[in-house]
Design a binder for this molecule. Structure first.
Ligand SMILES: [Zn+2]
Length: 205
């Protein structure tokens, strides 16, 4: 940190530095940019930030971010009701949407199982997912696609979910995207083509 800088600059640089992928150097650059920008821009920037916690909520069906209680994907009647794609985070939805390879709906787990870090089934949205699937027993969902990271934790979570979902119902197809996604990698970092191929080549669990 540049101690020669006024405290209010140092504070903001500190906040920017906490964002993923931003080191102290680019944090300082961002703050300098804001300093030189108009008062109007600064106000809009600040207001947009505050609106995040005021307006954004989790969709009551899939837990993706939403302006209202149902997100734009779940409220879209054109999405295929019979396919449900399970992802770790909302960012993964953005990556998959970019590929145009999937027109079904999603469910955001909010994490993956990681016994090493003390994250068990009760810490992610497994029971909410099972509730949805239980309710859809006689309804729409026919295929569940696991699009979890190809890390050890992602694999363990996929196996756990496979067991749980199979116990719940034996007439639902459970598939997983795998081919093309490099081992040990996160969905959100895969390029669009690779991810689209991974969807097309999804395999029955
Ligand atoms: Zn939703």
């Amino acid at each position: 940190m540049h101690s020669s800088l006024p405290k209010s600059i140092q504070d903001l640089v500190e906040y920017f530095s906490r964002l993923p992928g931003i080191g102290p150097k680019s944090a300082t650059r961002h703050v300098f940019y804001l300093l030189q920008s108009s008062r109007y821009f600064q106000e809009q920037f600040g207001t947009a930030l505050l609106r995040l916690s005021d307006n954004i909520q989790h969709c009551k069906y899939c837990f993706h971010f939403a302006d209202e209680d149902v997100c734009s994907i779940c409220s879209n009647p054109k999405r295929e009701q019979e396919k449900l794609c399970i992802v770790e985070t909302s960012v993964d939805i953005l990556a998959i949407e970019k590929t145009n390879a999937f027109r079904g709906r999603y469910f955001v787990l909010g994490g993956v199982l990681s016994p090493m870090n003390g994250i068990g089934p009760q810490d992610i949205r497994i029971s909410s997912l099972l509730q949805i699937l239980e309710k859809s027993e006689t309804e729409a969902i026919q295929e569940i696609i696991l699009a979890l990271p190809s890390t050890m934790e992602g694999e363990a979570t996929a196996h756990y979910l496979f067991q749980k979902i199979s116990n719940l119902s034996d007439n639902k197809k459970i598939s997983r995207i795998a081919r093309g996604i490099p081992l040990g990698s996160e969905i959100q970092y895969a390029d669009e083509n690779t991810l689209a191929r991974a969807f097309e080549g999804r395999q029955i669990f």
